[in-house]
Design a protein around this ligand. Structure first.
Ligand SMILES: [Zn+2]
Length: 312
């Protein structure tokens, strides 16, 4: 099956033509801050036309359009309910079905970006053997998604399994979702600068001279023995691991996969989380497999075919 696949991120979007588990061609679009989704649509359409032309395809050669989107969405009506504040604030008014029909004569489906990454990893990545799995994506925010009995767990209002917003500290930091002490508020790229700056001893830490306080800087400084960086790193690792244990007890998976840009430092992340999950999960049947995502930033695009193939 061929499909048009679109991965909408916070700072860029990628439009691709996919053929089953293979990306035939892709084009990347820069998305300015606080972008309007309505205004992005014509850019997406022209990038798709250019990608299809490059592959020698007509829209009718594709089964449909699949979108990976950073928010709460209804995959089957292609409606968007909620996005992180300041990003695509107008998206609830966008009629994606009308857009896809008018531009390409095709049906459209949309899914939360972490669920799309999970679908991609299940289809052709690290989870090909698993019908019961949990995914975390560590990046600007923290995404979470669940597959149970081979099907995505979505819930009544499309909220189920959003692991980034599981509270791991009831008296913790305020989160963008309105919650407190969520995994994302306690350990994500957007939260990290404030966490570091508020840490005792920050002014004397190597982190204070880092131009960008991201996880690359944190792992670099902790690797050189900086005590503040080590303490912040260990707290973030424990936050992610606690979120993983919560997902194990909520959904009973056989595997947990970690992806996202922060996983460039996988060698400093996975062994800790694996050990913690094995020590702190109640799994009399055995041990949950803790693995790294295999598809990198392609995972969301490769969720297109399984999403379009899924029955309502
Ligand atoms: Zn939250």
């Amino acid at each position: 099956m061929k499909a048009i696949s679109i991965d909408v991120g916070g700072s860029h979007a990628v439009c691709a033509a996919v053929d089953g588990p293979r990306i035939m061609a892709a084009e990347r679009i820069h998305v300015p801050d606080a972008a309007s989704f309505e205004r992005l649509l014509p850019q997406l359409s022209s990038a798709i036309v250019s990608v299809l032309n490059h592959c020698g395809l007509k829209p009718g050669d594709c089964a449909g359009v699949a979108l990976s989107f950073p928010g709460i969405v209804d995959p089957f009506t292609a409606r968007i309910f909620s996005t992180p504040k300041g990003k695509y604030d107008d998206s609830a008014q966008v009629d994606l079905r009308k857009w896809a029909l008018e531009c390409f004569g095709l049906p459209v489906r949309i899914e939360n970006d972490a669920r799309m990454a999970l679908l991609g990893e299940r289809y052709s990545g690290a989870l090909q053997e698993s019908d019961d799995a949990v995914m975390f994506t560590l990046g600007t925010g923290v995404g979470g998604a669940v597959l149970s009995g081979g099907r995505l767990v979505r819930g009544k209002h499309w909220l189920a399994g959003l692991g980034g917003h599981l509270p791991v500290a009831f008296d913790g930091r305020a989160c963008i979702c309105g919650g407190r002490g969520c995994v994302e508020a306690e350990a994500s790229t957007w939260a990290l600068p404030e966490i570091c700056r508020g840490w005792p001893g920050f002014a004397e830490s190597a982190l204070a001279s880092e131009p960008v306080l991201d996880f690359a800087a944190l792992f670099r400084s902790s690797g050189r023995g900086d005590p503040v960086a080590i303490a912040v790193r260990d707290r973030c690792l424990t936050v992610w691991a606690s979120g993983a244990v919560a997902m194990v007890h909520a959904f009973d998976p056989e595997a947990i996969v970690f992806g996202g840009a922060v996983m460039k430092s996988a060698d400093q992340i996975l062994p800790f989380i694996e050990r913690y999950v094995h020590e702190h999960s109640w799994t009399p049947w055995g041990k949950v497999r803790v693995v790294e995502a295999a598809l990198g930033s392609d995972a969301g695009l490769l969720g297109a075919v399984p999403l379009l193939e899924e029955s309502c």
